[in-house]
Design a protein around this ligand. Sequence first.
Ligand code: ADP
Ligand code: XUL
Length: 517
Amino acid sequence: MFLGLDSSTQSLTAVVIDPISGVIACQLSVNFGSEFPQYQSPSGFIPGGANGEVHANPAMWLEALDLLMSRLAMVTDLSEVKVIAGSGQQHGSVYLDSTFDKRLAALDGSQSLAAQLSPALTRPTSPIWMDTSTGAECEEITEALGGSEEVCRLSGSIAIERFSGPQIRRFFKSDPAAYERTARIHLVSSFIASVLAGKSVPIDFGDGAGMNLLNLATQSWDSSLLAATAPGLDEKLLPAALATTVQGTLADYFVKKYGFSAQAVVALFTGDNPASLVGMGATTPGNVVISLGTSDTFFAAMPGPKTDPNGFGHVFGNPAGGFMSLICFRNGSLAREALRDQLGLDWSAFDREALAETQAAAGTNLMLPFFGPEITPRHDFSAPVLEGDAAFESGEEPGLKVRALLEGQFLNMRLHSQWMGVKTERIRLTGGAAQNDGIAQLVANIFQSPVERLDVLNSAALGAALIAAAAAGHDLPQLQETFCKAEAGSALQPDFALAGIYESALGRFQSLLAASR
Ligand code: ADP
Ligand code: XUL
């Protein structure tokens, strides 16, 4: 059996798989907010941070690890687990002094992980991906490198507020003494992996690329980015490595306390998005995952380290080797909900009626579908921009607005993923809005690609379990074939007759966007 863990923003999840029989033996989750009210983090982070700060307490993640393992031990024979791998919410960073590794080597099963390891924290709380406090640091790093293009060319992304490099710089500037005492900096992923391995283990290429520190071409920490970020940073990071590399046996603490085998080994952990790429069965170029959650994300495998010339998209390492893109769209479900409520509709009206009734209008009316600030493209929009016929612009026919909003969202996605230069052969749709058949068909038509929906609940934890099995020599494509199947009968084919119509709409959408910014 192979265990995958995902330490995400709100919960820690475990998925145990048996690759021989092809079954998921067990899935369990521990919710931070409800299980650990003492951390006053109902949604997994400390609310009310000043100046855009969003932090979480690493001790809470450790308590969750103890609790999850004790619950897993009750329902599964953990002595059967051969390899553990995992993922973490990306960009979150953990700061530790020189006692951390000694503490890991001497973990005592009669005490908790949190009690034994918290004293090693030099920064009591960790900035996470929701933190936007580092605007000044992003500017400083960009200036030191001679411009955004250079930061993007080297690291795969322009300097981004939530990325760990700017966060490390902010810590160095605000508390230089504590920074000096920091012997090791981990990401959420490598922190949890280190605890399991009983020693500090490297950051992987997938998560490491979310730091503005990793040189994509050499797959090692970039000396100019390190220098622009903080002094002595090189010594605080272990060399980055591929996720499937085994790091040694599981710490005795877990063997004795939870009944794992002493031969169980730990592979590297990666970011939740790279792990989801694996769990969605999309690690080969041509496959695209579109997640329609609170915000929309587009991620896809890429053969080489190409970067977005506009600086909106990011490039991370692909756990299967090579690279992946990640593009976030802030106005996702929030915009769909805003229009739904404005028009007083429910999802089924949004889905069937509005789209079915307005089929003849496909690609004719345009909407820039932004109800608030957007990050792809970066612009402070305040309301949607409309361009089309009178019935549309006046709002006389509400169905036309629904169609134009959804078409605008996916035209914008198609436009801003073109830099990857990879032909979309298959889209795998996930997230809350993926169940909407009208939206799914529209995605197929706009991208002119088949759309599939998977029966996968915890795609990051499942991806981590597959990485664990791959680290033991199981064939990753074969594992994905077994565990990441499309729901029977769920594949939707594009309407090829609409290819030209959406090609032309894409050009007009681009012009309207250029004129509105
Ligand atoms: P997150 O993981 O970001 O919390 P989810 O992937 O769970 O988000 O998706 C939740 C969103 O899905 C809700 O905000 C809602 O707008 C959207 N949603 C749920 N059902 C439908 C539907 N039938 N059609 C369109 N959108 C839907
Ligand atoms: C990606 C990002 C989030 C986090 C949390 O860049 O910030 O998706 O990984 O899930």
